[in-house]
Design a binder for this molecule. Structure first.
Ligand code: BGC
Length: 718
């Protein structure tokens, strides 16, 4: 026994395990030997939280606790071990990274990877083994309070990005915890709602990014969602966790519950949950503590099931806390700030610029009125969602001052009040949507006497928050009245909207010439925004979700399936989520998926494929030429959609199957190839219980949004 313990200690503590050098097979054999030496009590200790952000280790065997932390905006501030209050550290100020929909708006997997590397390095500096990120539930309903955290409405875009986020995090020997599995698409009733979703819809819309994060990104951990899926809690859902995740996808890591999202001992243990996490003790009374030990003793949960869970945890540890050459990490470095800046710069979406007011001509502008509470607001913290104690956060006003302050007089007016807190009741928040005439008058007076007005409006982290959904798409805080009043007195008004989800911009789209979309854009948000306004950065962000003209146009609202009835939300729109719905139903959006302008122009030509007919095992190589026809360096996001016009089942009008962000100098031309596996043209056939790429004709559509297709080509599949 002593010998085995000594080996174990040497293996883990002194030498560590190099996942790179040892085969997984050898690693598993070692893990099995270790597990065989553990008592049931020791195993159970490892299967549940022992504090807010850790689960138990086994001191006797030198197995440490597994420590975790939120995610996704950065590594959150240290809190007390048993309490959400700040631990008042002075060493936990971190980089605030752009939110999930901002990352998605870059349409650039390199940015997602760099995001992950920063998260991993900062997690190491804080001794966290698991980062509860990325979060990428499909944006099914634009009102969902966590839309800002999640990535996009499209499974392919999500997949391409989250694989890289996961790889970036895990390159630092920190486990990503991908979340929330699955169909957790609304905050309203999130911890009780039963989502009813067909298998085809799960396979085509809600699963792909999770599958990719596991099979291509090798994600070490996953968080089960709060909701029920097809009648069973996600934390005890045999189909979800055992059949699909572990057996079919070959997931080797750990399934962790969302905080207090476990409901039973035996069902959760037998149906795939590995670690129960939560918010408050007594920890030894949790489902996966004493009750689990008793259930094993009574034979209701097999010992081999417990061993499998422990093996999985040790496997994660071998790749993280106990890995060889474990990096020390670093926090809030200049390099991390540069990553935050680059992501923010690439995420900003130019929605309108029809008078070419942007980029602002700094040499002729002598005065700028910066208006709006969001110009001075920071977004690292707020509401119920996890936040970051940012080392610093450049506000829009600070960014504009630093970029324009030397040549222009910059003045500020608040413009509107934000009487809204996520923790308030509806009654307490009453009137939050009302304009403040006095603040509007001050703003108008300033705008009248300035060459340019920059309106910084939108929402904030209280208004868009975990735990509740928005009630409507309307801009809050009476902002529309402010926009109207300022625009009426200054024709050179730029509207900048900072938010994480779609809003009703109908009025602004009609009446304003320059409209810019920014996000909760991290530590460097203000600098990135000011560089876009000044033209140092040419905007290249593209919308990761559709903005509907009206809420009733959106699928879940149109079919009256949100927020559900009697605690059940039936996903009646099926596969027609996001642009798949608007395009198939021919509903004109306010701004389409994939949309965004640039300060330069591009032309796409010569779309062709290497063949005209393909076998199911083959890959389509689509080639096209793109030219920057304008006078500025910039990037276009070329999007490849496919459609299957004749099919035995309903298919969406188009589905994204490829994209590429292409940077070009003025006048530069590039020929670009995109590859699509014919297998990826398949739909999930409920009858055959497998993927089916039917023989026949498919149309490849190339464009720069789901509604702006410039070239098409037909291919056939044999
Ligand atoms: C959220 C998770 C988060 C956890 C721990 C839950 O309320 O849904 O995303 O990781 O809390 O903070």
């Amino acid at each position: 026994m002593k010998y085995i313990i000594a080996c174990f200690m040497a293996f883990f503590v002194a030498g560590g395990v190099s996942a790179q050098n040892k085969s997984e097979v050898a690693l598993n054999a070692k893990i099995n030997r270790i597990v065989s030496k553990m008592t049931l009590e020791e195993k159970i200790e490892m299967l549940h939280g022992n504090a807010l952000f850790s689960s138990g280790g086994v001191k006797r065997l030198g197995i440490p606790e597994l420590t975790c932390d939120d995610g996704p905006l950065g590594v959150r501030e240290e809190i007390k071990r048993f309490d959400w209050a700040s631990a008042n550290w002075t060493t936990d100020s971190a980089t605030f990274l752009p939110n999930g929909s901002a990352i998605a708006a870059t349409w650039n997997p390199i940015m997602a990877n760099r995001y992950g590397v920063v998260i991993g390095e900062e997690a190491n500096a804080r001794k966290k083994n698991v980062m509860l990120a990325p979060a990428f539930n499909i944006c099914r309903m634009p009102l969902c309070g966590r839309t800002y955290e999640y990535y996009s409405e499209d499974p392919y875009l999500n997949s391409q990005l989250v694989v890289q986020s996961v790889k970036g995090i895990q390159s630092q020997h920190v486990a990503a915890c991908i979340k929330h599995f699955a169909a957790n698409n609304q905050e309203f009733n999130r911890d009780s709602v039963n989502t009813i979703v067909d298998e085809r819809v799960l396979r085509e819309i809600y699963f792909p990014a999770f599958k990719a994060a596991i099979q291509q990104g090798n994600a070490y951990t996953i968080m089960s969602a709060y909701n029920k899926l097809n009648g069973y809690w996600c934390s005890e859902n045999d189909f979800l966790l055992n059949k699909v995740l572990k057996n079919e996808w070959g997931f080797k890591g750990v399934v962790m519950s969302d905080w207090s999202g476990t409901h039973h001992t035996v069902a959760a243990a037998n149906n795939g949950l590995d670690i129960e996490m939560g918010s408050s003790g007594p920890y030894d009374q949790w489902y996966f503590a004493e009750p689990l030990r008793n259930a094993v003793k009574e034979g209701r949960v097999p010992v081999k099931t417990i061993d499998d869970k422990v093996r999985r945890i040790l496997w994660v540890m071998c790749h993280t806390s106990m890995s060889a050459n474990h990096p020390n990490g670093s926090i809030a470095t200049l390099e991390h700030a540069k990553t935050a800046y680059d992501i923010a710069s690439e995420s900003i979406v130019l929605l309108k610029n029809d008078n070419h007011l942007l980029p602002l001509k700094a040499d002729t502008i002598k005065s700028i009125a910066v208006i709006g509470d969001n110009a001075i607001r920071t977004f690292a913290l707020g509401g119920y969602g996890a936040g970051v104690k940012a080392k610093y956060e450049v506000t829009a006003l600070a960014g504009i001052k630093s970029r324009f302050g030397k040549t222009a007089k910059i003045s500020f007016a608040r413009g509107y009040k934000t009487n809204y807190l996520a923790s308030n009741t509806d009654e307490q928040n009453l009137g939050y949507d009302q304009p403040d005439q006095k603040l509007i008058d001050e703003a108008v007076a300033l705008a009248k006497n300035s060459d340019v007005a920059i309106l910084c409006i939108g929402s904030n982290r209280e208004y868009e928050s975990e735990g509740h959904d928005r009630k409507s798409l309307e801009l809050p805080f009476g902002e529309q009245a402010l926009v109207n009043a300022v625009t009426a007195v200054n024709a050179n008004t730029v509207v900048v909207i900072m938010a994480g989800a779609p809003y009703d911009l109908n009025e602004i789209k009609k009446s304003n010439h320059a409209v810019v979309w920014s996000w909760f854009n991290g530590s460097e948000a203000g600098n990135a925004l000011a560089d876009v306004l000044k033209g140092g950065v040419n905007p290249s962000g593209r919308l990761p979700f559709t903005f509907p003209v009206s809420l009733k146009d959106s699928p879940a609202a149109a079919l009256n399936t949100y927020p559900g009835k009697g605690g059940t939300a039936e996903y009646k729109e099926g596969i027609l989520v996001g642009y798949r719905w608007y395009d198939t139903k021919k509903i004109e959006p306010e701004f389409p998926f994939g949309y965004g302008l640039s300060y330069t122009d591009f032309s796409i030509s010569k779309l062709s494929t290497d063949k005209s007919s393909y076998k199911k095992s083959e890959t389509i190589r689509a080639k096209f030429t793109i030219k920057n026809t304008g006078s500025r360096y910039g990037a276009e996001v070329v999007q490849l959609y496919i459609s299957d016009p004749v099919c035995s089942v309903l298919r969406p009008e188009k589905e994204l199957k490829g994209f590429e962000k292409i940077f070009l100098k003025p006048g530069e031309t590039k020929t670009v190839e995109m590859q699509v596996n014919v297998a990826d043209l398949a739909f999930y056939d409920e009858l055959k219980k497998s993927w089916n790429a039917e023989a026949g004709e498919y149309i490849l559509q190339l464009g720069n949004s789901s509604r702006n297709i410039s070239k098409t080509v037909k291919v056939s599949v044999k």
